[in-house]
Write a protein that binds this ligand. Structure first.
Ligand code: PLP
Length: 496
């Protein structure tokens, strides 16, 4: 085993950097070539990796080829292969050549743009790319820097949501005084992402003041303004203060859509902050045929979406736009002397974006580079074609299900997420059908030939087929349909 004890002293030597980076790239190219052949989800026993690797780090550095060999032999076989074209679970975490190139530039340059002074071009590129993305997804101008709003790149929607909740809280408490915090109420639906509940807790909203409003099949599992109004009015009558309402465009479980305009009007009437969470479906909004889903976004205070899901941008990358940057920065800004650069420009200061004041952490990567490279490399037309291809494949899968009398589609397929289950054959079969669907999902995943996840709605176990992988082609979706049919037959014998 090669020892390289002094390599840490020259760890950015350009020759070594080029050689070893090339080795990693050919390793990854080989992985992408073969990824389709791996079982999408491994059969990995808990603790299995610990048994294969040393239990202390090496004292002397090893050669990159030795390390890569170990990755291939021990780690890759126990991974769930998110880049497999047959990965249909959760929502995708897209990777692409441009996303990787952008990530390499971001990682290689390794600058830390927490203030504009700390890296002017990185800050400016982030503002430019946020305006680009805002225009692409059809946001109203008020979210663009060019119109007084603005955007920031976070690592995740969860971080973005906490920041908007803090901004909403501080806006309300400036009116109510700090004691008012116990009266603040946050509203979400039973389909909203769990991050809203966590975020509300983190910013000090009492747990008992988080309202989960029920949705039904009749509204496609979207909220109705009436149900929110009823909850809000009951709270107001109890002298509570409506603070924040979440509208989701493309919910995690079912891909449902809340009516943004109706909720926006209600939020305005009650002085609530409206956040539009389009973490997954935000990517589809670049296509004009999907933009009606954010009709009314001009009534929102903030909007977010994740290019790291379905927009060919490697992890991590979340776009957050706000109509009032001041509302965000007044909740999040700090002014330590050690970050104040003594330059004429910083003395001039006003209007300068210091992204540390738009997020929780101080240090931050150069994510703008990654998203900018993706946009430059594929362009709006390329990205629209990419999204539409998945939407088409999802529709094909949905039609195949509908044509086969044994299945039902549970929620309307609005984007590229299909939710389905084997249907009960007669009333009273519900428990048996749930068991059957569980077995179907287990059988599909155990085959290694596809990977899906599940959801439960109205007490029903539902299988989710999220189409959106960078390497997914129609043949993968068709093979997966064959697989689902075969496995349904295999497990179906159990139900009388
Ligand atoms: C609708 C929705 N909101 C929020 C999230 C959380 O996103 P993140 O993992 O970036 O925090 C998800 C994740 O799937 C989601 O689907």
């Amino acid at each position: 085993m090669g020892e390289a004890p002094l390599d840490a002293l020259m760890s950015l030597d350009p020759e070594t950097f080029a050689r070893e980076s090339r080795a990693v790239i050919s390793f990854l190219a080989g992985y992408y070539r073969d990824v389709e052949k791996f079982p999408v989800q491994p059969e990995a026993m808990p603790g299995g990796l610990g048994a294969l690797l040393h239990d202390t780090p090496p004292e002397n550095g090893e050669q990159m080829d030795v390390i890569l060999e170990e990755v291939w032999r021990h780690i890759v076989p126990a991974l769930t292969h998110w880049q497999s074209p047959k990965f249909f679970g959760y929502f995708q975490a897209n990777a692409s050549t441009a996303g990787f190139a952008g990530e390499m530039l971001c990682t290689g340059l390794n600058i830390v743009p927490f203030t504009r002074a700390a890296s002017p071009a990185a800050t400016e590129l982030e503002s430019i790319v946020m305006d680009w993305m805002g225009k692409l997804v059809g946001l109203p101008d008020r979210f663009l820097f060019s119109d007084g709003g603005g955007g920031v790149l976070h690592g995740s929607t969860c971080e973005a949501v906490v920041c908007t909740l803090a901004a909403a809280r501080d806006r309300a408490l400036s009116r109510l005084g700090h004691e008012g915090i116990t009266r603040l109420v946050v509203y979400a639906s039973d389909q909203s992402h769990s991050t809203f509940q966590k975020g509300a807790r983190l910013v000090g909203v009492p747990r008992s003041n988080f309202r989960v409003i029920s949705t039904t099949a009749a509204s496609g599992y979207g909220l109705t303004a009436d149900s929110v109004r009823e909850a809000v009015e009951a709270d107001v009558a109890s002298e509570l203060v409506p603070l924040y309402l979440c509208a989701t465009v493309g919910t995690t479980g079912l891909g449902a859509v809340d009516p943004v305009r109706d909720l926006g009007e209600l939020a305005r009437n009650h002085g609530m902050w409206l956040h539009v969470d389009a973490a997954y479906a935000g990517s589809a909004l670049i296509c004009p045929e999907f933009q009606h889903h954010i009709d009314g976004a001009e009534l929102a205070d903030s909007v977010s979406m994740n290019p790291h899901k379905w927009f060919l941008t490697n992890m991590d990358c979340c776009c957050l736009w706000v109509a009032s940057p001041a509302a965000l920065t007044s909740a999040l800004s700090t002014d330590p002397e050690y970050l104040n650069n003594v330059t004429e420009e910083s003395a001039a200061g006003a209007g300068v974006v210091d992204y540390k004041d738009w997020q929780i952490a101080l240090s931050r990567p150069f994510r703008a580079m990654k998203l900018w490279v993706v946009l430059r490399r594929y362009g709006g037309a390329g990205m629209r074609a990419y999204v539409r291809r998945h939407v088409e494949m999802a529709r094909w899968f949905e039609q195949a299900l509908e044509a086969d009398g044994r299945f039902e589609v549970v929620a309307p397929t609005r984007f590229s997420l299909v939710t389905f289950r084997l249907r009960p054959r007669r009333d009273g079969d519900d428990d048996a059908v749930d068991g059957l669907n569980r077995r179907l999902l287990v059988a599909v995943n155990a085959s290694g030939r596809a990977f899906m996840t599940h959801f439960v709605v109205d007490g029903k176990f539902v299988i989710r087929m999220a189409v959106g992988g960078a390497m997914t082609e129609m043949r993968h979706v068709q093979d997966t349909w064959e697989l689902v049919r075969d496995k349904a037959e295999e497990v179906g014998a159990v139900l009388k």
